[in-house]
Design a protein around this ligand. Sequence first.
Ligand SMILES: [Mn+2]
Length: 323
Amino acid sequence: MNNIKDLQLAIEKANNIIIFSHVNPDGDTLGSMIGFSKLIEKNFNKKSTNVIIGKTPDTYSFMPSIHECISNESVDKNIQYDLAIAIDVAAKDRMVDMQDVYFKSKVTANIDHHITNNNYGQINIVEGLASSAGEVVYSIAKDLDWNLTKEIAELIYIAILTDTGGFRFENTSPKVFNYAAELVTYGINPTEIYRKCYESKPKAMALLNAYAIQNAIFKENDKIAYTIITKEDMKSFNAKSDYTEGISEALRQINTTEVSMLLKESPNQSTKVSLRSKRIDVSKIAEAFGGGGHHFAAGCTIQKPPAIAIEKLLELVKKSLNE
Ligand SMILES: [Mn+2]
């Protein structure tokens, strides 16, 4: 099973459907997941269970219908679903404790846009060149002639907007602009959505961002820029886990930066890393540590404290820069 007709058929047949985001959810996984769930509701008259893995970020609490989603902690693990769909989930372990529920479902679908996705579902709709899972979801809806509502258009627009960094990243293709234009015709307001996505930062988030940049370390003639955020820092800024979003991008904005990294001290002496680049393929570096992502934006978790993790990372980054 590998195409969108199989997906359509699976939705038609299913009596219960569950949809998963990825852990540490972002605008793309949330907008695509809720948007897809609303597409199922509108076109098949079926409700799905939408599961946010990890905490709902404050910054996205404005999203339409986000309150209808449940947390992975509230999922009854004994239920076997007819159809389980993972959206924007690059690798199965990004579903954390929901992997069992996903894989014991009668049909598993995987809708994604990460090149590193290894097609872990039965139905795989993975477009490695798409800007966002939102773009893939919208392509599916168009191909199958599904109807949209203004709400669905807004959710998909948010997914595309946020994963292209506000239509700025390399993945902003002509298709992205065409899709955005079509979505706007449903009556959504791009200015209002922009403000909600980019001009609604909590004060603590802006201050943590500034602190992280202030403490950045530069290597290799400033080609590498990185910063470390400890658990202590998170506490002293009273920061929620998603408040570190955007820091790695901010370091990439410096003219000399080729690769930027944010290392975040995480539980059990581990380090969560987010890599950004202008030229080299950082998804390969993330993959070397069991992570993944895209050419210019990737992430991984290293089972070592930041001071040790950075040494291992610098080794690989320097090597890639010199290739
Ligand atoms: Mn995405």
